[in-house]
Every structure is written in structure tokens, then in C-alpha cells.
Ligand binder design. Structure first.
Ligand SMILES: Nc1ncnc2c1ncn2[C@@H]1O[C@H](COP(=O)(O)OP(=O)(O)OP(=O)(O)O)[C@@H](O)[C@H]1O
Ligand SMILES: [Mg+2]
Length: 335
């Protein structure tokens, strides 16, 4: 069942330009040049209940604008969206009971209050029954190891501590959909791992549907099977993370560590099958094209050429693949 349906969603922003200096400022009181820019240019996709989808794109691609429309903060210029039977921007009061939002750049917690007070306010706002609230909060606080900071003012928390509390806050009322806009920005790798395993367990236990925007591909690799890539307001890929690598990158790397050379001629012809990336006395890594290389045959050849200590065949990292896609501006495609 689709819990999110987005159809030809568009958003135009209107801004006004003015020149530099006092004269231009006075002039702008009477006349300003109107500039209309289209941040989201007809995006369509659907998401099934329980999916975790990575939403990626370069700076200014339109990710936050899309999430703001889906969470009901912004009206679209045109197009439709339906999230769990709601039109987000029309039914905001009831709708917010069903969704949670984490905007990495903007805190939802009260700055001068400790997180525990913000959580209490959230409890009354959403009418969460006391026993359910206590149980849920206790479980999340333990899972994210934030027991010790519950009574410290939010403004004194580190970024990682605050983000853990933001995520707890967004999940207290047990929403069925969670929108996460750069939830791991500026967070160290250990705290990031905590967040990854926490979000994965919430998704597994509660079937919470999640859309995550991020520039950190380790978030996607840890959490999402599916990725949507948006470029300059338009969707350019929607499909599995696995296939994005297969589709856009046509090579793999073979890494070989060896003790002795058994057959120098065979080694030379094996190396000629690809592009040498690195070579030392007892190691080489070779870039090979997936479409024109018979990998099992090449591996057999290498095993006869050298006394292998370790051999691995590696796909490029998602981070590299995404950079290539941005660079080449590949046009709309999907699985
Ligand atoms: N309130 C606004 N008024 C005018 N233009 C805006 C406004 N908000 C965003 N934009 C513009 O819309 C475009 C898309 O912005 P958006 O914030 O959605 O990008 P993003 O994909 O989230 O980027 P980032 O990765 O940097 O967060 C950008 O060109 C941005 O300058
Ligand atoms: Mg953004």
C-alpha cells in the first residue's frame, strides 16, 4: 500500500532584486524587480508503508522545499500530494498527529528548556497517555544513551546530543511517517552509528515510513534500499541503491595482495585487462570494465600468476557514484 503519493509537485519562489547601496535601497521602496524561480519542477513518486527512502541532490536541488511541502509547512504552486490520506498543506492540524519532522538545521526543542520539558510539552500537545509516553520515552532515551542530558538546557547540548533529542521529540507521538532533513549534519561517526541503528530499529518495529535527505551517503547505505535523486528541481533517478551503482558505474576494482610471482608473463597479461590504479612489490589494484571483462576468468588467471594472500572485487562506493551522477548531469531514469 502506498502511504505517500506525490504527483507533479511544483514550487515557485518569488523574490525581489535590488541594487547595492543607499540609493538602490530608496529606489527599491518604489520599484523592485520581481524574480520568480522554480525550485521544484514537477516531482512525482510514491512510497509504500515502511519504506526508508534516501532523498539526495546537490545544494539547492529542491530537497528541503519538497519535504516542507510534504510536511505541510509550504503550499505548493501546483500539483498534488497525499500522505496517509491527507493533503499535507490543507489539513495541517490533524495531519501533524500522523507525521514527525526533523530538520537538522532548525531545532524543534525549546532552546532554554531541558529536553525532558520539551518532551512533556509534546505529550500535552499530542494528548499522549501518560503510561504510553513514559514507556516510549524511557525506551528511546536508553537506546540513544541520552539519560544524562535530559535535564540540561537544550542550548548547552552538543550537536549530536541535541539531534538525538530532536529525533526522540519527533517520534514521541508514534507518527507513521518521519521526514528527516539532514539529520546527521555535523555529527561524529559514533553518534551517527547510534542514530542509524536507532532509526533502523524504529522502522523495523513500528513500520515507520521515512524519507531522509542527506549529503552523507553512509546514511543512505546504512538505512535505505531505495534512493530518489533530484537535480535542479527535477527527479533524475528513483530506484534501488544497488541498481544506481549498476546503472551508472561501469567498472569494478580487483585488489590483490600476494607473496610471490609464479608466472610473470601471466601477471603482465592479467594487468593488461584493466587500468592499474596502484602497484607495489606485493600488491596491485586493477580497475576493470564490467561489460567487457570476464571476472571469474580473470581471477583464475591472477591465481595462476601470483601466490595470492588476499583478493577482493569491489564495487565503487555510493558516494563516488553520486558524485559522478552530479558531474555528468545524467537525465531522468529509473529501474
Ligand atoms: N524561501 C525561499 N525564497 C526564495 N528561494 C528559495 C527559498 N527557499 C529555497 N529557495 C531556493 O530554492 C532552491 C531549492 O532550495 P532547497 O532549500 O529546497 O534546496 P536543497 O536541495 O534542500 O539544498 P541543500 O542541500 O543546500 O539543503 C534554491 O535555489 C534556493 O535558493
Ligand atoms: Mg536542504
Amino acid at each position: 500500500m502506498n502511504i505517500i503519493e506525490v504527483n507533479d509537485l511544483r514550487k515557485k519562489y518569488t523574490t525581489y532584486s535590488r541594487g547595492v547601496g543607499i540609493l538602490a535601497a530608496i529606489k527599491s521602496i518604489f520599484w523592485r524587480k520581481k524574480i520568480i524561480s522554480e525550485a521544484v519542477k514537477g516531482v512525482s513518486f510514491s512510497i509504500k508503508q515502511g519504506e526508508m527512502v534516501g532523498f539526495v541532490g546537490q545544494n539547492g536541488a529542491g530537497k528541503s522545499t519538497t519535504l516542507k511541502m510534504l510536511s505541510g509547512i509550504l503550499y505548493p504552486t501546483s500539483g498534488n500530494a497525499n500522505v496517509q490520506g491527507f493533503i499535507p498543506w490543507n489539513e495541517r492540524t490533524t495531519y501533524t498527529k500522523h507525521i514527525g519532522c526533523v530538520f537538522g538545521q532548525k531545532s524543534q526543542l525549546w532552546w532554554d528548556l531541558p529536553p525532558s520539558d520539551s518532551f512533556q510539552l509534546c505529550k500535552s500537545l499530542y494528548d499522549i497517555p501518560t503510561d504510553e509516553f513514559d514507556l516510549r520515552l524511557d525506551k528511546m532515551v536508553k537506546l540513544l544513551h541520552v539519560e544524562r542530558i535530559m535535564t540540561r538546557p537544550t542550548r548547552d547540548l552538543s550537536l549530536g546530543e541535541r539531534m538525538k533529542c530532536e529525533i526522540i521529540m519527533a517520534l514521541l507521538h508514534k507518527p507513521s511517517v518521519l521526514f528527516l532533513d539532514e539529520p546527521t549534519i555535523g555529527i561524529d561517526s559514533l553518534a551517527k552509528e547510534d542514530l542509524h541503528s536507532f532509526l533502523a530499529s524504529v522502522n523495523k518495529q513500528e513500520k515507520t515510513t521515512m524519507i531522509i535527505t542527506t549529503h552523507d551517503m553512509s546514511d543512505i547505505e546504512a538505512l535505505c534500499k531505495r534512493i530518489i535523486i533530484i537535480d535542479d528541481g527535477s527527479l533524475i533517478y528513483d530506484g534501488s541503491v544497488e541498481n544506481v551503482k549498476k546503472r551508472f558505474v561501469k567498472w569494478k576494482t580487483i585488489r590483490v595482495e600476494y607473496s610471490t610471482i609464479l608466472n610473470a608473463r601471466l601477471l603482465k597479461s592479467s594487468l593488461a585487462k584493466g587500468k592499474i590504479q596502484q602497484k607495489t612489490r606485493d600488491f596491485f589494484s586493477l580497475e576493470i570494465r564490467k561489460d567487457s571483462t570476464n571476472v571469474p576468468e580473470l581471477i583464475k588467471k591472477i591465481m595462476n600468476a601470483v601466490e595470492v594472500i588476499d583478493l577482493s572485487v569491489q564495487e565503487p562506493k555510493l558516494d563516488y557514484v553520486i558524485k559522478e551522477i552530479y558531474r555528468k548531469k545524467i537525465h531522468k531514469s529509473s529501474d
